[in-house]
Design a protein around this ligand. Structure first.
Ligand SMILES: [Zn+2]
Length: 545
């Protein structure tokens, strides 16, 4: 607030932005100007000397050409009064707008008028200056609301699995019919498949990149350029880009190849800041089967496990041995290292605990690679044989007419458990009478009551589990499950190779006495299936391991 002058040199400031949700008709620049001129007619002390309009500029910040010009005229002394239709025309950012209106303008002697907000800085009755930041705050909230609305639109698209990125990821193309959809790029998808295959066969990302470059396969960026896509990069390319460790890694870790669209990994923290932040994985938006898969889910999952193992054992140059990253010391849990030695003029390889020599006092646990290969192969074959027998049993059962699929073992157990529940409930009910009759004391009463309650709960859980298993055994085809296929695919394995190890094994624990423990993948599925099979009348043949 400051003393009124004789007359004012005013600038009419107008602004319109569809992004802010302004209605082009009612909020048009023309309408704003007309309203202000009408106002000025009744204020002979005001002379309009300048007009500035920012058409298409958001009020969130003050980076607007018209606004800047106006400020220059103010600083040059050509303007000492600013008139706007309402505060939101001036700005939608509470802090900055408040700074101009409450500090900058009073300081340099500028009168500020927001017509529809009935605000005039020379108005002495308007002592409550708080009204300005308050109104601005509302504008600000409104602005935030718009920002949220725009983002919500994008999220809806993401949730529908529509592709909103500027480019399709390597292996896919944007569907020419529908730019929100992805279609498989035949050539690039074959390269993607090869990359996953080579990784599972034991090649490192570096080796894969080298092979691709040697074969003259264009890297994703060059490939896009060759397809005539306009690619923006942050760096200048003096020479052709090539496949690298990281471009191969990016492909190996991108879930999009399994048909899952994962978007919204980053977000701008709020509408005022144009900065990207990585969101928590839980907040990512995943849509399954949004497009055709190039890589099956199992291959993808195994690859991710393999990449984790790579990290654990550190970068490895050159060849990856069949058991690299899979051998773990039973005593200290550290990985085993491959070494060579000579015996009787012949070179051989062996593994030794990495904690042995590192001064960590672990025993050597040394074991020859040859022996390991034999033992692991035998374990795999034994495990597969059990699964094959199990499958045969299930198939036999399934070939029977439904009425003959005997689930009597399940039924008998369920009946027994239900009887036990009833009995326990009866005892529990009588406890209070027993207490009243003085047969037991209060302590015993609580103890027995707790006991019976636990027994009932256990039995109820067991019934539930058995009913589920009976259901599984009859209606769900265990032998058709993906995990059994993974094993049976390796039925005729005669030599240990990297692919089989990666497919089937989670970890191999090595004991000091040269005993090993092969931990297979899918053990939870295996156990469940075995239990189901044993509950059936037809037992699988005894399998020798
Ligand atoms: Zn050890």
């Amino acid at each position: 607030m400051f003393a009124s002058k004789e007359y004012y040199k005013a600038c009419i400031y107008t602004r319109l932005s569809k992004d802010d949700g302004d209605k082009p008709e009612s909020d048009s620049i023309g309408n704003q100007k007309a309203l202000i001129r009408e106002f000025v007619k009744n204020h002979p002390e005001i002379q309009v000397v300048s007009e500035k309009a920012d058409d298409g500029y958001s009020g969130v910040n003050f980076e607007r050409p018209g606004f800047k010009e106006m400020m220059e005229e103010i600083r040059a002394g050509q303007v000492d009064c600013v008139i706007v239709k309402d505060l939101s025309r001036f700005g939608r950012n509470y802090i900055e707008a408040g700074n101009y209106i409450e500090r900058v303008f009073p300081f340099i002697g500028v009168r500020f008028i927001a017509i529809n907000d009935s605000y005039d800085s020379t108005d002495r009755n308007q002592s409550d200056s708080l009204i300005i930041p308050f109104k601005n705050l509302i504008n600000d909230a409104y602005c935030k609301d718009i920002s949220v609305k725009i983002r919500t639109q994008l999220e809806i698209k993401r949730k529908k699995g529509e592709f909103i990125g500027a480019f399709a990821v390597y292996g896919y193309l944007k569907d020419p019919e529908d730019h929100n959809k992805l279609v498989v790029d035949t050539f690039a998808s074959e390269v993607v498949k090869a990359i996953f295959r080579w990784k599972l066969e034991g090649m490192s990302q570096g080796d894969i990149a080298e092979r691709l470059n040697a074969q003259g396969v264009l890297c994703p960026m060059e490939y896009k350029l060759s397809l005539g896509m306009k690619v923006q990069t942050n760096f200048r390319m003096n020479r052709k880009a090539a496949w690298s460790w990281s471009s191969v890694s990016r492909i190996l870790t991108n879930e999009i190849y399994t048909g899952v669209m994962v978007q919204g990994k980053v977000s701008t923290p709020n509408y005022k800041v144009k900065k990207f932040m990585r969101k928590d994985e839980a907040e990512w938006i995943r849509v399954e089967q949004s497009h055709e898969a190039i890589i099956d889910e199992d291959t993808f999952r195994v690859t991710q496990e393999l990449l984790k193992k790579d990290v654990r054992r550190g970068p490895e140059k050159g060849k990856v041995y069949p058991l690299s990253g899979y051998l773990v010391c039973a005593d200290c849990g550290q990985s085993m290292i491959r070494k060579s030695a000579v015996s009787g003029g012949k070179k051989y390889y062996y593994y030794v605990c990495s904690g042995h020599k590192a001064g960590k006092n672990c025993k050597p646990h040394s074991i020859r690679e040859e022996d390991l290969f034999g033992a692991v192969l035998a374990a795999i074959r034994g495990h597969i044989k059990i699964i094959a027998d199990m499958k045969r049993t299930m198939d036999t059962l399934r070939s029977l007419p439904e009425g003959q699929r005997n689930t009597v073992n399940y039924d008998m157990q369920i009946v027994k458990l239900k009887e036990e529940i009833e009995r326990s409930q009866g005892f529990k009910m009588k406890l209070y009478d027993n207490l009243q009759d003085g047969l037991i004391d209060q302590e015993e009463y609580f103890l027995f009551k707790k006991n019976y309650s636990e027994r009932i709960a256990d039995a109820e859980r067991a019934v539930q589990r058995l009913e589920q298993e009976r259901e599984d055994a009859v209606s769900r085809n265990v032998s058709e499950q993906a995990w059994t296929k993974v094993f049976l695919k390796n039925k005729n394995l005669t030599e240990l190779d990297r692919k089989a190890v990666v497919d089937l094994i989670e970890e191999i624990v090595v004991y000091e006495d040269k005993k090993i423990d092969v931990r297979f993948r899918y053990m939870a599925d295996f156990d469940r299936a075995m239990h189901a099979v044993h509950m059936l009348p037809v037992k699988p043949r005894e399998a020798a391991v």
